[in-house]
Design a protein around this ligand. Sequence first.
Ligand code: DOR
Ligand code: ZN
Length: 342
Amino acid sequence: METLTLTRPDDWHLHLRDGAAMQAVLPHTVRQFARAIVMPNLRPPVRTVVEAAAYRDRILAAIPAGQEFEPLMTLYLTDNTRPEEILAAKEAEFVKAVKYYPAGATTNSDAGVTEISKCDRVFEAMQQVSMPLLLHGEVTDPGVDMFDREKVFIEKYLIPLREQFPLLRMVLEHVTTSEAVEFVLATDNMAATITPQHLLFNRNSLFLGGLRPHYYCLPILKRETHREALLGAATSGNPKFFLGTDSAPHPRNGKESACGCAGCFSALHAMELYAEAFESVNALDKLEAFASFYGPAFYGLPRNSDRITLGKTTWRIPDELPFGDTELVPLRAGEAIGWKMV
Ligand code: DOR
Ligand code: ZN
């Protein structure tokens, strides 16, 4: 069997949830990744260092016996976050970044920022102590077309923010458009994560023979030209672009609903999905740096020292997985995939 051995990767954007849901999904991530940047959009959100420490302890307690995993914590930025909290986060060390959600942009974002200028003093503190700002880069204005929300966010908010805080280190999370790729390329102190779904699928996947809720995430899948731009960026060998799955589990009935939740669950088979995407453009040689080198470099952390191996063998992605007292449908459930972690 053809195999691909890589330095163990990290996931630089992950939703683990809490309680029984977290217990169900964490082992999948631990199997593939050594570390993950854990999103703070719980209910209530993780807003303070004290809350992040408690959440981190719950994650550590849920790691399967005998396995190793390091959760890298984030704080949820609100209108009321104080600069002192940033200084405390910097001292705490296990807090690696602050997450900005525009209020109402996505799952559990109602406590997010209503007006970006309210955070000026916090951004100053972050710039001062080199605390990265992770952005959900979409406008929430209902008058803006769903497929333009990332592009408009860049023009309306990100360019001015960059000018105001030129040294603030930022990650434009889960980029979905060629405009985002171009902006990241042209901007200092700016990196981006890319999900497997945005590398593999375009917006037609949402409507293939009917409405496909398991392909619905935010920012939403875009047209093919954007997918090609993302795949080009991910496989370019540019360290500004690194792996972040945005694996975001929801119970089946939360997705298959008259008003379905946003989020694709990919923690089960993330590296296999990325391998397929990179292989599609003959760029498997670029996968290790994207998955295992550029993220640690951005966050100033060492690379992992152990390895994982993917084998070229076809298997069927399960229809569903246990998820507390309900079930979870993985991305591309029921279909074949040509790589498998061995
Ligand atoms: O699709 C998404 N799901 N996008 C987000 O920004 C949040 C995430 C979630 O938490 O479910
Ligand atoms: Zn996310």
